[in-house]
Design a protein around this ligand. Structure first.
Ligand SMILES: Cc1cc2nc3c(=O)[nH]c(=O)nc-3n(C[C@H](O)[C@H](O)[C@H](O)COP(=O)(O)OP(=O)(O)OC[C@H]3O[C@@H](n4cnc5c(N)ncnc54)[C@H](O)[C@@H]3O)c2cc1C
Length: 565
């Protein structure tokens, strides 16, 4: 056998790719190659910032992301796309190595919806065994929890909450929603302690959980890091291999099967460059169509989100030594006509940044968990070095913008609570504007700037609010925006961004549906041996962050691939 030939070539060692590498190589008769563009994170040499329970420094630097990647998020007042940086992982473990570690499954109705949209065999009863398989829940057991999987999941009990956790719980409970304990098994609305893929206050990525030392020592598993797949090679509808760029050298690797796990932006781009996608658009770029699949790149979805900060009185601040700052999550219903229940989500953290400014600020994420808007991903050029064009097209559906506006109002009302800080002027949008992003990067210069700005916030409220307005808000108090319907809508449209959950660009479903890209086993429609297993295949967003659903999907497709071997 040719030395550079593998039975399974997995493209992308992210949240999904590491799962596939483990599960497929468990069959000792198959030679498996995992190729990751970013650096490796072996068990004994994982950088401390990746292990850190506090992740915010990771994605405000270029080391572990695709530098310069951007996406159109909302539209400005003139209807023009607002293009913003869109951080996506480039490191072993992918998103699971840099994300916030929130570990949510979503709701049973999400997967029943996938099934009803044509993804046969992906209803809640079908996917639950894979949610159980992937986890070791450190807090709960019973029929809805796994105890033996590679990803540990834990929460911080209310009794162990620092003062901020208790205060924010009290503030959110003004909604009348009950406190609940387990967002992965209680499917009603409520205020939950967030669940995290984390053990002993250390991140457990899929690289850590699935590519442990024992798995890495399997003789039939080869792992190439710092290696970029530039091309999928085809003979008609069959993949024969991939072209890899490795330290400036190009290498061709033969493959019995190719599994694309390069994420929702890159997997469809790899397909399109190989001639699998919307025929007319490919031809316009001079790419001959091999399989005309109009759904490739279509159906790009993310949860529309906004972020806010609140100045915290001294007693609510979290010492930097306590790493994990997230203490509450609220799942609730907008009650907007025509919208599903449990469609909105708010999380609260006791730290707005890693520096002296951030430690004085609480951070609130607000997002719509059941958006109706969808966008698209297109190729700008056939060249693999040119990023695809991502248009999240957030808020194109009026129901999405209406719900975001109402939720901003709700959050602004809830947090101005005596247990937190009753001063309305101390609550203001962060929304990761370019200015806030620059200040969030981990650097000595920012440490110095923040160590000057931070203590300046501890002045009397009037002065502080003036400072916030002038330095962070371009002059206009947020309360003025809140009081003006049109200004608030313009703010929401301008500031909305995706919460790093792109999905749907290689939608899974019924092969008879012309917009479907992969069948329920992950096989690209019309191809012999090309599969997609990552966030791209999701027909719709789950009512949750996407990492745990991606791992579940990778487990399920691994099973299907093993059955075919
Ligand atoms: C900043 C951030 C915060 C997030 N927070 C959370 C959270 O708290 N909880 C949660 O559930 N979800 C979160 N998410 C989302 C979640 O992490 C993703 O949905 C998930 O990681 C996607 O998994 P994936 O396997 O589809 O893609 P990825 O994990 O992105 O993996 C794709 C991998 O493929 C590699 N790759 C791409 N192209 C090539 C190529 N041509 N050659 C070789 N390798 C390639 C990439 O480098 C990457 O490592 C977050 C994501 C980000 C980016």
């Amino acid at each position: 056998m040719d030395e550079l030939h593998f039975d399974d070539v997995i493209v992308g060692g992210g949240s999904a790719g590491c799962v596939l590498a483990n599960r497929l190589s468990a069959d000792g008769s198959r030679r498996v190659l995992l190729i990751e563009a970013g650096m490796d994170t072996p068990p004994d040499a994982t950088p401390p910032e990746i292990l850190d329970s506090y992740p915010m420094t990771l994605f405000f630097g270029d080391k572990y992301i695709w530098p310069g990647l951007s996406a159109a998020a909302g539209r400005n007042a003139g209807g023009r796309p607002v293009v913003r940086a869109y951080e996506q992982a480039r490191v072993m473990g992918g998103g699971s190595s840099i994300n916030v570690q929130s570990a949510n499954r979503g709701l049973p109705r999400d997967y029943d919806e996938w099934r009803d949209l044509g993804a046969r065999g992906w209803g809640w009863a079908d996917v639950l065994p894979y949610f159980l398989k992937l986890e070791t829940d450190l807090d709960f057991d019973g029929p809805l929890h796994g105890k033996h999987g590679p990803i540990p999941i834990r929460r911080i009990a209310r009794e162990e909450m620092p003062e901020f956790g208790r205060a924010v719980g009290e503030a959110l409970s003004a909604t009348g929603l009950p406190f609940r304990k387990d967002q992965n098994a209680e499917f009603e609305n409520g205020i939950f302690p967030p669940a995290f893929s984390n053990s002993n206050d250390r991140r457990v990525s899929t690289a850590a959980g699935y590519l442990d030392a024992a798995t890495r020592s399997r003789p039939n598993l080869t792992i190439w890091a710092d290696s970029v797949v530039e091309q999928l090679q085809l003979n008609r509808r069959r993949a024969t291999g991939v072209v890899v760029s490795l330290s400036g050298q190009k290498l061709t690797v033969g493959a019995g099967r190719v599994v694309l796990s390069a994420g929702a932006l890159q997997s469809p781009a790899i397909l399109m460059r190989a001639g699998i996608g919307p025929g007319a658009a490919l031809q316009a770029l001079g790419i001959p169509t091999v399989i005309d699949l109009p759904g490739v790149g279509n159906n790009l979805r993310d949860h529309p989100a906004l972020t806010f900060c609140q100045y915290l009185p001294r007693g609510l601040r979290l010492p930097l030594a306590r790493r994990r700052p997230n203490f509450a999550a609220m799942r609730y219903s907008s009650d907007n006509p025509g919208c599903d229940a449990s469609d909105m989500y708010i999380t609260a953290s006791a730290r707005g940044g890693w520096h002296a400014l951030g430690t004085r600020l609480g951070l609130y994420f607000l997002w719509c968990n059941r958006p109706y808007s969808s966008g698209s991903l297109t190729l700008a050029a056939p060249d693999p070095k040119t990023y695809p064009v991502a248009d999240l097209n957030l808020l194109s559906d009026p129901r999405d913008v209406e719900r975001m506006i109402a939720s901003v109002r709700l959050l602004a009302k809830l947090v101005v609570h005596p247990s937190l800080n009753p001063e309305g002027g101390d609550f203001f949008p962060a929304s990761y504007s370019p200015r806030i992003k620059r200040l969030s990067r981990y650097s000595t210069a920012n440490r110095i700037v923040a160590s000057i700005l931070g203590p300046m916030l501890d002045v009397p409220a009037g002065l502080r609010q003036l400072l916030i307005r002038l330095v962070l808000l371009n002059g206009t108090a947020f309360q003025t925006t809140l009081a003006d319907e049109r200004a608030l809508e313009a703010f929401v449209r301008q500031s909305v961004f995706g919460v790093w959950h792109p999905v749907g660009t290689c939608r899974m479903g019924d092969p008879a549906d012309p917009m479907v890209v992969v069948d329920p086993e992950g096989r690209v429609i019309g191809s012999d041996n090309i599969f997609v297993a990552d966030a791209s295949i999701m027909p719709r967003l789950p009512t949750a962050n996407t990492n745990i659903p991606v791992i579940m999907a990778a487990e399920k497709i691994s099973d299907a691939l093993l059955r075919q071997s």
